[in-house]
Design a protein around this ligand. Structure first.
Ligand SMILES: [Zn+2]
Length: 406
């Protein structure tokens, strides 16, 4: 890892969350039974970070009292306290003595799916002083990212044309960015504008929806997002039903055959409160060998058959594109995972995907999702180490047992 140090901006007043923030600093707002900041620090710990510097301001002493040295969370915490009115740049400038040569900068009120290796890879490849994590967006965007993944404009006033994404924290910086500060009392936006003008900022595109607790509406959405769920994402052909022969596509329900072990596993999981979302490539449609209507008819019959044995399918996502379409949904692209996550407020890093193909593993990895693989281990030999599944079983029986273990 390039760094194991995170810096979190915790100083804001949280105006839009009043009256809650009259007595509480925003990062301590309770979300699914825990202070928001604890979710964020837990994610950083899981991602391999060992240390976080909290830049506190408004009611900062409460954060210190609550989290202490971080030992209860498993990440070492340091504090740099400044007056409430300090802006981001001033807080960062003041924290310089504590900062490592590279550090990750986050907002204390934002949360996104985070894959440190991927952000670091972009940072390294571009050789810039910073790599911002951005989410693609048409309206109210504040950065322009070009086709190469370089940031060509940063505009907090959102007036420049060509803005196509919004910056969401999880920004990896070299401490050399301090050369771009003109003084302690300027805005950090001005620093980012200067860095982007000097072509010193790259972008990591995170398409998964991000969470924020900036206002009551978003706070309640974050609450739903952080509430644990028993929802399993699952592949169809080869996992739920016996795979049709290579380059053949299932076009009629009469040819459907459940994989016995999976059917049994789904029943056991359903009895313990689990529900399921199907994620499946159906390029047979794009290739003109099956119709969308046929796929949806099979889907209806599958849901019916599973419903009869108590297995709830909450939804299905099919990619009908031909591989030559280069869409963002066909696995190993993660588009269908993001759609499912949006529909059911899924926290992907806590969600499992079960599949039987190396592409399932790659897709889950790209989505930041945990992957269970059922099939011959040797089929995964060529898969890069990072993309290897978190769990591997000959069939779905062992996988279900793993999920059911207390
Ligand atoms: Zn597609």
């Amino acid at each position: 890892m390039i760094t194991d140090q995170a810096v979190i901006l915790c100083g804001g007043r949280g105006e839009r969350l009043r009256p809650m923030t009259d007595s509480l600093p925003k990062p301590l707002a309770p979300v699914a039974g825990r202070p928001f900041l604890v979710h964020l620090l837990g994610q950083l710990r899981e991602s391999g970070y060992r240390e976080a510097v909290l830049l506190t301001g408004y009611r900062g002493e409460m954060i210190h009292e609550n989290l202490g040295d971080g030992s209860s969370i498993g990440i070492r915490l340091e504090y740099r306290h400044g007056p409430e009115e300090w802006q981001t740049a001033r807080r960062l400038w003041d924290a310089r003595p504590l900062l490592k040569p590279n550090f990750l900068l986050l907002y204390g009120d934002n949360y996104a799916t985070f894959q440190p290796q991927r952000v670091e890879e972009v940072f390294r490849t571009h050789g810039c002083l910073g790599c911002l994590t951005v989410h693609p967006r048409e309206t109210r965007a504040n950065v322009a990212v070009n086709a190469m993944g370089r940031i060509t404009a940063y505009d907090p006033t959102r007036r420049v044309s060509g803005l196509n994404a919004v910056e969401i924290g999880y920004a990896l910086f070299s401490s050399k960015i301090f050369d771009f500060f003109t003084g302690a009392d300027e805005s950090f936006s001005a620093v980012l504008e200067r860095l982007s003008a000097a072509r010193q900022l790259a972008a990591f595109l995170q398409r998964d929806a991000y969470q924020s607790i900036s206002d009551p509406l978003r706070l309640s959405a974050a609450d739903a997002y952080f509430t644990p769920k028993k929802i399993l994402l699952i592949d169809r052909d080869g996992t739920i039903n016996c795979k049709p022969e290579r380059a053949r596509y299932l076009s009629a329900w009469k040819d459907w055959k459940f994989v016995v072990e999976t059917l049994d596993a789904l029943k056991r999981l359903a009895a313990a409160g689990w529900a399921f979302i199907v994620i499946s490539n159906q390029a047979g449609v794009g290739r003109g060998m099956v119709t969308e209507e046929q796929v949806w008819e099979i889907d209806r019959r599958m849901k019916e058959a599973l419903g009869r044995v108590g297995v709830p399918i909450l939804g299905s996502h099919y990619c009908f594109h031909h591989w030559d379409d280069h869409c963002l949904c066909r696995k190993p692209e993660p588009g269908m995972f993001y759609a499912a996550a949006r529909d059911f407020s899924l926290r992907l890093d806590q969600t499992w995907y079960l599949g039987d193909d190396p592409r399932d593993c790659t897709a889950a990895w790209r989505a930041g999702c945990r992957c269970g693989y059922i099939g011959p281990p040797r089929d995964l030999d060529t898969l890069p180490l990072a993309e290897k599944p978190a769990a591997m079983f000959p069939d779905a029986t062992g996988f279900a047992e793993m999920l059911l273990r207390p």
